[in-house]
Structures are given as structure tokens and as C-alpha cells.
Design a protein around this ligand. Structure first.
Ligand SMILES: Nc1ncnc2c1ncn2[C@@H]1O[C@H](COP(=O)(O)OP(=O)(O)OP(=O)(O)O)[C@@H](O)[C@H]1O
Ligand SMILES: [Mg+2]
Length: 174
């Protein structure tokens, strides 16, 4: 199985030539997450492989879940067999503004970093955050897939978000 060096602001860039390889890289990311990593933002054009990547994430986080595109449902919820982990797979492509997010109830699934007292680890993997950038939390993992169709694709994975920068500067000055 693919393993990453420690995830950081230094982007990891990997080549993928098949959907299976993209899934494997998603699985490797899931295995490298720490407990505070709860939001994965996926960027890339139509058909780039964002949903394929989430299939890999789910194979580790919520094994057995049937991963399919949430383009019409907006959110698919996957849980692992003992229900200790919940992965909300969202696709914001069809949403217009933040009100849509609330009216559909998606905000319910956003992992807000708060312990809700039920012991469930909540994560979100979100496609098309470009549509509603306000959903991005202070700290998240950014996955960018370049290329589509017959082209060779590259996947870039990095930590992102304002909170990370503050943390980073702190660690430099300390
Ligand atoms: N290296 C690759 N990585 C991912 N998918 C690939 C790759 N090569 C070919 N494919 C094919 O490209 C398609 C990717 O579809 P997928 O639904 O994952 O894209 P998406 O980025 O989620 O698109 P959308 O924006 O429409 O939701 C699949 O049909 C998959 O088999
Ligand atoms: Mg998709």
C-alpha cells in the first residue's frame, strides 16, 4: 500500500494513470489522517476522479460503504460497520449559495471539530468547494486532481486553511 511522508503544507504530488491508482492514493491519505483532520476538500474538473478518490478514502474509513456520486443527492453518508465513523461525501456543484446548504441540511454533516458526546468520528469529503468557499473550515486537507479523460493525471495533497498557517508560524517562532 502507498504510504505518505508526514502530511504538511509541502504538497505531495503523485501520478495516477488509472482509477484504481487514484483509489489507492485516497486510501493512503485516509490512513495518514490524524484525529483532527476531518475535512477533505477535493478540487479538479468534471470527471477528474474526485469521486474515485473518495472511494479510496471510504475503503479505509468506512469499509463496506457503497460510494457513489452525490451530484444529485448533494450528500451521501457512509458509516463503518460499528458506526464509530461517519463520512459525509458531498458535491456542492448544484448549490448556488450558503442558504442552499442549510435548506438541504448539509450543515448537519459538517464536522465542526466539536465533540458531540456520542463518540462518533465525523469527517467530510467535499467536491466542488469552489462553489461555496465559505464551507471551508480553518484547517483542512486540499486534494487537487489535474487532468482528465485519456490524459495522465496528477494528484496534489496538502494541508491548507488559515489555522494551519497560524500553527505553522508559531512553530517557526518557538
Ligand atoms: N487516473 C484516474 N483517476 C481517476 N479516475 C480515472 C482515472 N483514469 C480514468 N478515470 C475515469 O475517470 C472517471 C472519473 O470519474 P469521477 O466520478 O471520479 O470524477 P469526478 O471528479 O468526481 O467528477 P464530477 O465533478 O463530475 O463529480 C471515472 O470514469 C474513472 O474510471
Ligand atoms: Mg464526483
Amino acid at each position: 500500500m502507498t504510504e505518505f511522508p508526514e502530511l504538511s503544507h509541502n504538497p505531495i504530488r503523485l501520478l495516477t494513470e488509472t482509477a484504481e491508482r487514484t483509489e489507492e492514493i485516497g486510501a493512503a491519505l485516509a490512513a495518514a489522517l490524524d484525529e483532527n483532520d476531518s475535512f477533505i476538500a477535493l478540487y479538479g474538473g468534471l470527471g477528474a476522479g474526485k469521486t474515485a478518490f473518495v472511494r479510496g478514502l471510504a475503503s479505509v474509513l468506512t469499509p463496506g460503504a457503497y460510494v457513489h456520486s452525490p451530484t444529485y443527492a448533494i450528500v451521501n453518508l457512509y458509516t463503518n460497520p460499528d458506526r464509530s465513523t461517519q463520512l459525509a461525501h458531498m458535491d456542492l456543484y448544484r448549490l448556488e449559495d450558503d442558504d442552499d446548504l442549510y435548506s438541504i441540511g448539509c450543515d448537519e454533516y459538517m464536522p465542526d471539530g466539536k465533540y458531540r458526546g456520542d463518540g462518533i468520528r465525523r469527517l467530510a469529503a467535499v467536491e466542488w468547494c469552489e462553489k461555496l468557499p465559505s464551507v471551508l473550515p480553518g484547517r483542512y486537507i486540499r486534494v487537487t486532481i489535474e487532468g482528465s479523460g485519456e490524459e495522465t493525471r496528477f494528484i496534489t495533497i496538502e494541508r491548507a486553511g488559515g489555522d494551519c498557517n497560524i500553527k505553522n508560524n508559531d512553530s517557526i517562532s518557538n
